[in-house]
Design a protein around this ligand. Structure first.
Ligand SMILES: Nc1ncnc2c1ncn2[C@@H]1O[C@H](COP(=O)(O)OP(=O)(O)OP(=O)(O)O)[C@@H](O)[C@H]1O
Ligand SMILES: [Mg+2]
Length: 334
Protein backbone atom coordinates (compact mmCIF):
# COMPACT_ATOMS: atom_id res chain seq x y z
CA UNK A 1 0.00 0.00 0.00
CA UNK A 2 2.80 2.40 0.86
CA UNK A 3 4.47 1.57 -2.40
CA UNK A 4 1.26 2.18 -4.30
CA UNK A 5 0.83 5.52 -2.61
CA UNK A 6 4.39 6.56 -3.19
CA UNK A 7 4.37 5.53 -6.82
CA UNK A 8 1.10 7.27 -7.54
CA UNK A 9 2.64 10.45 -6.18
CA UNK A 10 0.73 10.26 -2.89
CA UNK A 11 3.52 10.74 -0.44
CA UNK A 12 1.91 12.14 2.66
CA UNK A 13 -1.05 9.87 3.28
CA UNK A 14 -4.68 10.03 2.21
CA UNK A 15 -6.40 11.28 5.33
CA UNK A 16 -8.17 14.46 4.31
CA UNK A 17 -7.76 15.94 7.79
CA UNK A 18 -4.06 16.00 7.10
CA UNK A 19 -4.59 17.54 3.68
CA UNK A 20 -3.55 21.06 4.70
CA UNK A 21 -0.34 19.87 6.29
CA UNK A 22 0.34 17.65 3.32
CA UNK A 23 -0.16 20.47 0.87
CA UNK A 24 1.91 22.85 2.98
CA UNK A 25 4.79 20.39 3.00
CA UNK A 26 4.25 19.82 -0.69
CA UNK A 27 4.38 23.56 -1.39
CA UNK A 28 7.64 23.98 0.54
CA UNK A 29 9.11 20.95 -1.17
CA UNK A 30 8.00 22.29 -4.55
CA UNK A 31 9.73 25.61 -3.89
CA UNK A 32 12.93 23.84 -2.85
CA UNK A 33 12.57 21.58 -5.80
CA UNK A 34 12.15 24.45 -8.23
CA UNK A 35 15.23 26.11 -6.74
CA UNK A 36 17.26 23.00 -7.45
CA UNK A 37 15.84 22.98 -11.00
CA UNK A 38 15.72 19.23 -11.05
CA UNK A 39 12.00 19.31 -11.44
CA UNK A 40 9.19 17.70 -13.38
CA UNK A 41 7.37 18.46 -16.55
CA UNK A 42 7.90 21.93 -17.92
CA UNK A 43 10.73 22.77 -15.51
CA UNK A 44 14.28 23.54 -16.59
CA UNK A 45 16.46 20.49 -16.89
CA UNK A 46 19.62 20.00 -14.86
CA UNK A 47 22.78 18.29 -16.06
CA UNK A 48 21.34 15.03 -14.73
CA UNK A 49 18.57 15.34 -17.26
CA UNK A 50 20.96 15.45 -20.16
CA UNK A 51 19.33 13.79 -23.11
CA UNK A 52 21.05 10.60 -24.16
CA UNK A 53 21.27 9.45 -27.72
CA UNK A 54 18.11 7.41 -27.60
CA UNK A 55 16.40 6.35 -30.81
CA UNK A 56 13.93 9.06 -31.73
CA UNK A 57 10.93 6.78 -31.46
CA UNK A 58 11.95 5.24 -28.10
CA UNK A 59 9.76 6.40 -25.23
CA UNK A 60 11.91 4.42 -22.82
CA UNK A 61 15.59 3.62 -23.18
CA UNK A 62 17.09 1.32 -20.55
CA UNK A 63 20.82 0.62 -20.57
CA UNK A 64 23.06 -1.64 -18.53
CA UNK A 65 20.62 -2.11 -15.67
CA UNK A 66 22.15 -4.10 -12.81
CA UNK A 67 20.57 -4.74 -9.43
CA UNK A 68 21.69 -6.87 -6.49
CA UNK A 69 20.12 -7.93 -3.23
CA UNK A 70 22.98 -8.99 -1.02
CA UNK A 71 24.26 -12.10 -2.80
CA UNK A 72 21.41 -12.28 -5.34
CA UNK A 73 21.93 -10.75 -8.77
CA UNK A 74 18.40 -9.75 -9.66
CA UNK A 75 19.45 -7.97 -12.88
CA UNK A 76 22.65 -8.12 -14.90
CA UNK A 77 23.24 -5.40 -17.49
CA UNK A 78 19.74 -5.46 -18.87
CA UNK A 79 19.17 -3.10 -21.78
CA UNK A 80 16.19 -2.50 -24.04
CA UNK A 81 14.16 0.17 -25.77
CA UNK A 82 10.42 0.56 -25.82
CA UNK A 83 9.08 2.29 -28.93
CA UNK A 84 6.48 4.98 -28.45
CA UNK A 85 3.01 3.50 -28.87
CA UNK A 86 4.07 -0.12 -28.41
CA UNK A 87 2.75 -2.94 -26.29
CA UNK A 88 6.03 -4.33 -25.00
CA UNK A 89 5.89 -7.57 -23.03
CA UNK A 90 8.44 -8.96 -20.62
CA UNK A 91 8.42 -12.71 -20.12
CA UNK A 92 10.62 -15.17 -18.26
CA UNK A 93 10.50 -17.84 -15.58
CA UNK A 94 9.82 -17.09 -11.93
CA UNK A 95 12.61 -15.06 -10.36
CA UNK A 96 13.96 -13.96 -13.77
CA UNK A 97 13.92 -10.29 -12.75
CA UNK A 98 10.76 -9.07 -14.51
CA UNK A 99 9.24 -7.23 -11.55
CA UNK A 100 12.67 -5.85 -10.67
CA UNK A 101 12.82 -4.18 -14.09
CA UNK A 102 9.42 -2.53 -13.52
CA UNK A 103 10.48 -1.48 -10.03
CA UNK A 104 13.59 0.19 -11.44
CA UNK A 105 11.50 2.02 -14.04
CA UNK A 106 8.90 3.18 -11.51
CA UNK A 107 11.60 4.17 -9.00
CA UNK A 108 10.79 1.66 -6.28
CA UNK A 109 14.27 0.16 -6.71
CA UNK A 110 17.40 2.15 -7.43
CA UNK A 111 19.65 0.14 -9.80
CA UNK A 112 23.31 -0.29 -8.84
CA UNK A 113 24.33 0.36 -12.43
CA UNK A 114 22.65 1.55 -15.57
CA UNK A 115 20.55 4.42 -16.83
CA UNK A 116 16.89 4.84 -17.53
CA UNK A 117 15.85 7.52 -20.00
CA UNK A 118 12.16 8.27 -20.26
CA UNK A 119 10.83 10.59 -22.93
CA UNK A 120 14.30 12.06 -23.40
CA UNK A 121 15.04 12.59 -19.68
CA UNK A 122 17.38 10.64 -17.48
CA UNK A 123 15.12 9.52 -14.64
CA UNK A 124 17.54 7.06 -13.01
CA UNK A 125 17.80 9.11 -9.83
CA UNK A 126 14.26 10.49 -9.78
CA UNK A 127 11.87 9.76 -6.91
CA UNK A 128 8.84 7.55 -7.64
CA UNK A 129 6.42 10.47 -7.29
CA UNK A 130 8.38 12.51 -9.84
CA UNK A 131 8.17 9.64 -12.29
CA UNK A 132 4.42 9.50 -11.79
CA UNK A 133 4.35 13.23 -12.51
CA UNK A 134 6.29 12.69 -15.72
CA UNK A 135 3.72 10.16 -16.90
CA UNK A 136 4.65 6.69 -15.65
CA UNK A 137 1.75 4.73 -14.14
CA UNK A 138 1.78 1.20 -12.85
CA UNK A 139 -0.12 -1.70 -11.37
CA UNK A 140 1.32 -4.26 -8.98
CA UNK A 141 1.85 -8.01 -9.10
CA UNK A 142 0.11 -8.20 -5.73
CA UNK A 143 -2.92 -5.95 -5.74
CA UNK A 144 -2.34 -2.63 -4.00
CA UNK A 145 -5.69 -0.90 -3.60
CA UNK A 146 -6.99 1.16 -0.70
CA UNK A 147 -9.37 -1.55 0.46
CA UNK A 148 -11.52 0.62 2.73
CA UNK A 149 -12.13 3.25 0.04
CA UNK A 150 -14.70 3.10 -2.75
CA UNK A 151 -13.78 2.39 -6.34
CA UNK A 152 -14.33 6.04 -7.23
CA UNK A 153 -12.08 7.24 -4.41
CA UNK A 154 -9.37 4.77 -5.37
CA UNK A 155 -9.38 6.02 -8.94
CA UNK A 156 -9.38 9.67 -7.86
CA UNK A 157 -6.18 8.92 -5.93
CA UNK A 158 -4.60 8.23 -9.31
CA UNK A 159 -5.13 11.89 -10.24
CA UNK A 160 -3.49 13.20 -7.10
CA UNK A 161 -0.42 14.59 -8.82
CA UNK A 162 -2.60 16.48 -11.33
CA UNK A 163 -4.46 18.45 -8.65
CA UNK A 164 -3.40 22.08 -8.87
CA UNK A 165 -5.49 23.67 -6.12
CA UNK A 166 -3.87 23.74 -2.69
CA UNK A 167 -4.60 24.85 0.85
CA UNK A 168 -4.27 28.53 -0.14
CA UNK A 169 -6.90 28.69 -2.88
CA UNK A 170 -8.74 25.48 -2.03
CA UNK A 171 -10.92 27.13 0.65
CA UNK A 172 -12.21 29.54 -2.01
CA UNK A 173 -14.04 26.58 -3.46
CA UNK A 174 -16.54 28.46 -5.61
CA UNK A 175 -14.39 31.34 -6.85
CA UNK A 176 -10.87 29.95 -6.66
CA UNK A 177 -11.31 27.40 -9.42
CA UNK A 178 -11.30 24.44 -7.02
CA UNK A 179 -14.83 23.45 -7.94
CA UNK A 180 -14.09 23.66 -11.65
CA UNK A 181 -10.98 21.59 -11.13
CA UNK A 182 -12.81 18.97 -9.10
CA UNK A 183 -15.38 18.64 -11.88
CA UNK A 184 -12.60 18.19 -14.43
CA UNK A 185 -11.05 15.41 -12.38
CA UNK A 186 -14.40 13.70 -11.89
CA UNK A 187 -15.10 13.86 -15.63
CA UNK A 188 -11.67 12.39 -16.39
CA UNK A 189 -12.28 9.60 -13.90
CA UNK A 190 -15.67 8.89 -15.46
CA UNK A 191 -13.95 8.43 -18.84
CA UNK A 192 -11.71 5.79 -17.30
CA UNK A 193 -14.67 4.13 -15.57
CA UNK A 194 -16.52 3.96 -18.90
CA UNK A 195 -13.58 2.54 -20.80
CA UNK A 196 -12.95 -0.18 -18.23
CA UNK A 197 -16.66 -0.86 -17.75
CA UNK A 198 -16.79 -0.55 -13.99
CA UNK A 199 -19.76 1.84 -13.76
CA UNK A 200 -21.79 -0.68 -11.79
CA UNK A 201 -19.26 -0.82 -8.93
CA UNK A 202 -18.17 2.80 -8.74
CA UNK A 203 -19.56 3.24 -5.21
CA UNK A 204 -18.58 -0.21 -3.93
CA UNK A 205 -15.89 -0.55 -1.30
CA UNK A 206 -12.81 -1.88 -3.09
CA UNK A 207 -12.14 -4.72 -0.65
CA UNK A 208 -15.63 -6.11 -1.23
CA UNK A 209 -15.06 -6.75 -4.95
CA UNK A 210 -14.09 -10.05 -6.53
CA UNK A 211 -10.44 -10.39 -7.52
CA UNK A 212 -10.88 -9.81 -11.27
CA UNK A 213 -12.74 -6.54 -10.69
CA UNK A 214 -10.17 -5.34 -8.17
CA UNK A 215 -7.47 -5.88 -10.80
CA UNK A 216 -9.53 -3.75 -13.17
CA UNK A 217 -9.94 -1.00 -10.55
CA UNK A 218 -6.20 -0.99 -10.00
CA UNK A 219 -5.72 -0.59 -13.72
CA UNK A 220 -8.25 2.26 -13.66
CA UNK A 221 -6.29 4.05 -10.95
CA UNK A 222 -3.08 3.76 -12.97
CA UNK A 223 -4.83 5.00 -16.11
CA UNK A 224 -6.45 7.92 -14.28
CA UNK A 225 -2.97 9.37 -13.99
CA UNK A 226 -3.13 9.75 -17.80
CA UNK A 227 0.25 8.11 -18.18
CA UNK A 228 2.37 8.08 -21.29
CA UNK A 229 3.79 4.78 -20.11
CA UNK A 230 1.82 2.13 -18.26
CA UNK A 231 3.63 -0.64 -16.38
CA UNK A 232 1.46 -3.72 -15.85
CA UNK A 233 2.80 -6.49 -13.62
CA UNK A 234 0.84 -9.64 -14.44
CA UNK A 235 -2.50 -7.88 -15.03
CA UNK A 236 -4.22 -11.17 -15.84
CA UNK A 237 -2.78 -13.38 -13.12
CA UNK A 238 -5.45 -15.45 -11.38
CA UNK A 239 -8.14 -14.56 -13.90
CA UNK A 240 -10.40 -16.93 -15.77
CA UNK A 241 -10.49 -17.12 -19.55
CA UNK A 242 -13.25 -14.51 -20.03
CA UNK A 243 -11.65 -12.08 -17.60
CA UNK A 244 -8.35 -12.43 -19.44
CA UNK A 245 -10.03 -11.74 -22.76
CA UNK A 246 -11.60 -8.60 -21.29
CA UNK A 247 -8.33 -7.44 -19.79
CA UNK A 248 -6.48 -8.03 -23.09
CA UNK A 249 -9.12 -5.92 -24.84
CA UNK A 250 -8.74 -3.09 -22.30
CA UNK A 251 -4.99 -3.10 -22.77
CA UNK A 252 -5.42 -2.91 -26.54
CA UNK A 253 -7.98 -0.08 -26.22
CA UNK A 254 -5.71 1.89 -23.90
CA UNK A 255 -2.88 1.43 -26.35
CA UNK A 256 -4.76 2.11 -29.58
CA UNK A 257 -7.44 4.58 -28.54
CA UNK A 258 -5.70 6.44 -25.73
CA UNK A 259 -2.20 6.18 -27.21
CA UNK A 260 -0.64 4.77 -24.05
CA UNK A 261 2.62 2.86 -24.40
CA UNK A 262 2.44 -0.34 -22.34
CA UNK A 263 5.05 -2.55 -20.71
CA UNK A 264 3.38 -5.72 -19.57
CA UNK A 265 4.68 -8.69 -17.62
CA UNK A 266 2.54 -11.69 -18.37
CA UNK A 267 2.90 -15.45 -18.08
CA UNK A 268 0.07 -16.35 -20.45
CA UNK A 269 1.91 -16.90 -23.72
CA UNK A 270 -1.31 -16.82 -25.71
CA UNK A 271 -2.04 -13.28 -24.57
CA UNK A 272 1.57 -12.17 -24.96
CA UNK A 273 1.84 -13.46 -28.52
CA UNK A 274 -1.59 -12.11 -29.48
CA UNK A 275 -1.29 -8.50 -28.34
CA UNK A 276 2.42 -7.60 -28.09
CA UNK A 277 4.34 -5.63 -30.65
CA UNK A 278 7.63 -6.58 -29.01
CA UNK A 279 8.68 -9.13 -26.44
CA UNK A 280 11.76 -9.25 -24.20
CA UNK A 281 12.81 -12.46 -22.49
CA UNK A 282 14.66 -12.48 -19.17
CA UNK A 283 16.32 -15.45 -17.55
CA UNK A 284 18.35 -15.34 -14.32
CA UNK A 285 18.38 -11.54 -14.45
CA UNK A 286 19.73 -11.30 -18.00
CA UNK A 287 18.07 -10.41 -21.26
CA UNK A 288 18.38 -13.50 -23.41
CA UNK A 289 16.20 -12.48 -26.36
CA UNK A 290 13.99 -9.76 -27.74
CA UNK A 291 12.06 -8.81 -30.84
CA UNK A 292 8.71 -9.52 -32.40
CA UNK A 293 6.62 -12.33 -30.89
CA UNK A 294 7.50 -14.51 -33.89
CA UNK A 295 11.22 -13.85 -33.52
CA UNK A 296 11.11 -14.64 -29.83
CA UNK A 297 9.15 -17.83 -30.39
CA UNK A 298 11.73 -18.95 -32.92
CA UNK A 299 14.70 -18.28 -30.61
CA UNK A 300 16.37 -21.48 -29.45
CA UNK A 301 17.49 -20.00 -26.12
CA UNK A 302 13.97 -18.91 -25.35
CA UNK A 303 12.61 -22.36 -26.09
CA UNK A 304 15.24 -23.92 -23.90
CA UNK A 305 15.10 -21.46 -21.03
CA UNK A 306 11.47 -20.60 -20.86
CA UNK A 307 9.07 -22.04 -23.32
CA UNK A 308 10.27 -25.63 -23.23
CA UNK A 309 9.64 -27.87 -26.17
CA UNK A 310 7.31 -26.80 -28.93
CA UNK A 311 4.84 -29.54 -29.75
CA UNK A 312 3.87 -30.51 -33.24
CA UNK A 313 0.60 -28.66 -32.79
CA UNK A 314 2.57 -25.48 -32.13
CA UNK A 315 1.57 -25.24 -28.47
CA UNK A 316 4.31 -24.43 -26.01
CA UNK A 317 5.12 -25.59 -22.53
CA UNK A 318 6.38 -23.10 -19.97
CA UNK A 319 7.98 -25.00 -17.14
CA UNK A 320 8.22 -22.95 -13.98
CA UNK A 321 6.39 -20.02 -15.46
CA UNK A 322 4.10 -19.96 -12.49
CA UNK A 323 1.18 -18.52 -14.36
CA UNK A 324 -0.90 -20.50 -16.73
CA UNK A 325 -0.39 -23.87 -18.13
CA UNK A 326 1.50 -23.11 -21.22
CA UNK A 327 -0.22 -25.04 -23.80
CA UNK A 328 -2.90 -22.42 -24.24
CA UNK A 329 -2.96 -21.36 -27.81
CA UNK A 330 -4.40 -17.91 -27.32
CA UNK A 331 -7.12 -15.84 -25.77
CA UNK A 332 -8.96 -14.98 -28.88
CA UNK A 333 -8.26 -11.37 -28.03
CA UNK A 334 -8.03 -9.13 -31.04
N1 LIG B 1 13.13 -6.78 -2.38
C1 LIG B 1 13.87 -7.86 -2.62
N2 LIG B 1 14.72 -8.36 -1.68
C2 LIG B 1 15.48 -9.43 -1.93
N3 LIG B 1 15.49 -10.11 -3.10
C3 LIG B 1 14.66 -9.66 -4.06
C4 LIG B 1 13.81 -8.53 -3.88
N4 LIG B 1 13.11 -8.32 -5.01
C5 LIG B 1 13.49 -9.28 -5.87
N5 LIG B 1 14.42 -10.10 -5.30
C6 LIG B 1 15.07 -11.25 -5.91
O1 LIG B 1 15.45 -10.86 -7.23
C7 LIG B 1 15.18 -11.91 -8.14
C8 LIG B 1 14.23 -11.42 -9.21
O2 LIG B 1 12.96 -11.20 -8.60
P1 LIG B 1 11.72 -10.62 -9.41
O3 LIG B 1 10.62 -10.42 -8.42
O4 LIG B 1 12.15 -9.43 -10.18
O5 LIG B 1 11.39 -11.83 -10.39
P2 LIG B 1 10.16 -12.03 -11.35
O6 LIG B 1 10.71 -12.36 -12.70
O7 LIG B 1 9.21 -10.90 -11.26
O8 LIG B 1 9.50 -13.36 -10.75
P3 LIG B 1 7.96 -13.80 -10.68
O9 LIG B 1 7.59 -14.33 -12.03
O10 LIG B 1 7.95 -14.87 -9.64
O11 LIG B 1 7.14 -12.62 -10.26
C9 LIG B 1 14.65 -13.08 -7.33
O12 LIG B 1 15.72 -13.93 -7.01
C10 LIG B 1 14.10 -12.41 -6.10
O13 LIG B 1 14.14 -13.27 -4.99
MG1 LIG C 1 7.28 -10.65 -10.61
Amino acid sequence: MDAAAAESGLYYGTNSSRGGLRLAIGLIRSLCFAAETTGGAGQPLSMDDAVLNSPADALLDVRGLSLRFRGVRALSEVGFQVPRGAIFSIIGPNGAGKTSVLNCISGRYRPHEGRIVFDGRDITARLPRDRAGLGIGRTFQNLALFGHMTVLENILVGRHHLIRNNFLNGPLYWIGGARREELQHRRAVEDVIDLLEIQHVRHAVAASLPYGLRKRVELARAVALRPKLLLLDEPMAGMNFEEKEDMARYVIDLNQEWGITVIMIEHDMGVVMDISHEVMVLDFGSRIAGGSPQEVLADERVRAAYLGQVTEAGAVAAPGAGGDPAGRAGTGAP
